[in-house]
Design a protein around this ligand. Structure first.
Ligand code: GDP
Length: 587
């Protein structure tokens, strides 16, 4: 009878040899025979491992470890023995710029958050929960639509419902269309909020008709999509909108298990002074409790602090609750799934194997996940070059867009806020102005009056007939968004032997150069044992009464230090001297 061994979808050669209980050299030789040149630490995939077992004639059956998909829908069917409880809907609010998304979210929060609790809201939060008629709903400030879509591709359902905000006086615009496309692709329910109804002479029929042209059929207009007329300004219709959200959600019968280890998604993370990595998580199933160990991607945490997004401290959080936690060893990334594990040992092990496969398992990173990583980084980090693309025909438009997409890096990305076939028109200029975008025209005209408008509005319009040149231009613009590279070079180390005078912003002291040399003026950091105490500036060096520019290893000298705050320098502290060079970068 053959024995059964379970392995991951990829495994290092060394580990496989171990599991098969054969010398690693034997395995490597066998792989070489098949033309696979690998070293002991390299990974091979499951299929290759299986072939090896056969080639070696071993009585062993390999089984692929099922990677646990933390997915609400699958969890439901897998966990028949558990009882599901209703959970609040998770709602994303999307829409064209200036149509009142932010105002509407504020109106909802303002009318629903219990007074006194709201004080803690100081920074941008990407999700929060509100109460309406004794029920909860979770609202998400839309991150990039693409990020949502990418998450969806990975089986992670972040939203149950999308509210599309359309300003009654402006109608359906490119980002409205994008939001519709997103919601349809993601297969989530749509609800329309027709905003700014307080404006005199508002008539929502126009918007309803435009929506119909884009395949969103409103109730009374041949379809069943709910549209609510609202005004974020006067709060008209806001309660009704919340009623409708809950009603639409009820049809979906949203539920979750409570008696399973909690799991969910990382929706934001950042470093905070004094708190370390801070992560915002959305609980999707189970009950997340303070003190639990959780794994997210290649990092893990013992939950030290558990708070609601308004800063209120809690000890446990039920499904659909967005929470802020501290305790992570490293920053988790947006889109990472998290789950509770039994103890620190399992947490460390799971996080370790995830980081392992991240580093060596190149074969495992498919296009989708690298795309996701890019989007994730983009979400955290930042720089986007907003552009509008106009082209003569659909074919060239697609080519331009594809080539532009290929320029994206982890730090800077192109964000196409609108693209279409046709000449550059006034609307493009207005859109570029409000979205801070550059317009790229490919084989298209720029009528004189539009050119003048662009000039007056200070909108950049670039026209090209050669794709390559257009792309190079965009590349240059993107490079300008990159933070410059800072190159630090260590110069030398000095050990403090005496401290003569300390004020709030300066220290006069003396010491011995123990490595290389000390120079002035220079940047430096003070190190005690292994910890950095402070970043400082060395203003001058003295040998005897004389000011000198450098002092070599083995020599003693006096030094003047400029500090930002008062520092309690101590004998035997080390001063590391370094230089810093700023270099412009390009992609
Ligand atoms: P966002 O870009 O979609 O987040 O839009 P904002 O919430 O920033 O709103 C854009 C502009 O529209 C702001 O000047 C708001 O004051 C205004 N606005 C938003 N909602 C309403 C509304 O219901 N009525 C009126 N009259 N103005 C509104």
């Amino acid at each position: 009878m053959s024995s059964k061994i379970t392995i991951d979808s990829s495994i290092t050669v060394g580990m496989l040899a171990d599991k098969l209980m054969i010398p690693v050299t034997k395995l490597i030789t066998e792989l070489m025979k098949l033309g696979v040149m690998v070293t002991v630490n390299e990974r091979i995939d499951f299929e290759t491992a299986q072939i090896m077992v056969q080639e070696l004639g071993l009585e062993i059956e390999l089984e692929r470890k099922i990677e646990k998909e933390i997915n609400f829908k699958t969890a439901k069917t897998e966990l028949k023995d558990h009882i599901a409880f209703p959970r609040p809907p998770i709602v994303a609010v999307m829409g064209h710029v200036d149509h009142g998304k932010t105002s509407l979210l504020d109106a909802i929060r303002g009318s629903s958050v219990v007074k006194g609790e709201a004080g803690g809201i100081t920074q941008h939060i990407s999700a929060y929960q509100v109460q309406h008629n004794g029920r909860s709903l979770t609202l998400l400030d839309t991150p990039g639509h693409e990020a949502f879509a990418a998450l969806r591709e990975h089986g992670a359902q972040l939203t149950d419902l999308v509210v599309i905000v359309v300003a009654v006086d402006d109608g359906v615009k490119p980002q409205t269309v994008e939001a519709i496309r997103f919601a349809k692709k993601a297969g989530v329910k749509i609800l329309v909020a027709i905003n700014k109804m307080d404006k005199p002479g508002s008539d929502s029929n126009m918007v309803k008709q435009q929506l119909a042209e884009h395949g969103v059929l409103i109730e009374g207009w041949g379809g069943d999509v709910v549209a609510v007329e609202v005004s974020a300004k006067t709060k008209l219709g806001v309660d009704q909108l919340l009623d409708m959200i809950l009603l639409v959600a009820d049809v979906e019968e949203l539920d979750a298990y409570l008696d399973i280890p909690a799991y969910g998604l990382v929706i934001e993370s950042h470093m905070e002074k004094g708190r370390g990595p801070v992560a915002e998580l959305l609980v999707q199933g189970g009950i997340l409790k303070i003190g639990s160990f959780i794994v997210a991607g290649s990092t893990y945490a013992r939950i030290r602090n558990l708070e609601l997004t308004d800063g209120k401290k809690i000890t446990e959080a039920a499904p659909s609750t967005p929470v802020i936690i501290t305790g992570f060893k490293d920053l988790p990334t947006f889109g990472d799934k998290f789950e509770v594990v039994a103890d620190e040992k399992s947490a460390r092990m799971l996080a370790g194997s995830a980081s392992d496969s991240k580093q060596t398992g190149k074969t495992q990173i498919d296009m989708n996940s690298s795309e996701l990583i890019r989007l994730i980084n983009r979400n955290n980090a930042v720089s986007e070059l907003n552009i509008i693309v106009k082209a003569d025909v659909q074919g060239s438009l697609v080519s331009v867009l594809d080539s532009l997409k290929a320029l994206d890096t982890d730090e800077v990305a192109v964000r196409v806020i609108s693209s279409s076939v046709g000449i550059i028109n006034e609307n493009d200029i207005y859109l570029a102005q409000s979205g801070g975008a550059i317009i790229y025209g490919f084989n298209v005209e720029l009528p004189k009056n539009v050119q003048q408008l662009a000039h007056r509005s200070e909108v950049k319009v670039r026209q090209y007939n050669v794709i390559y040149e257009l792309i190079e231009d965009a590349r240059e613009e993107m490079s300008k968004l990159l933070p410059p590279e800072i190159i630090e070079t260590e110069v030398g180390i000095l050990k403090i032997k005496g401290i003569f005078k300390t004020t709030k912003n300066s220290i006069i002291c003396g010491g011995e150069v123990t490595k290389n040399k000390a120079i002035a003026p220079a940047m430096a950091r003070i190190i005690r044992n292994k910890d950095k105490i402070a970043d400082v500036e060395i203003t001058n060096l003295k040998r005897g009464p004389q000011d000198v520019k450098e002092v070599l290893e083995g020599e003693m000298c006096g030094l003047g230090i400029k500090t930002e705050n008062k520092i309690d320098l101590q004998i035997d502290d080390r001063i590391e001297f370094f230089t810093r060079e700023v270099r412009e970068r390009s992609i």
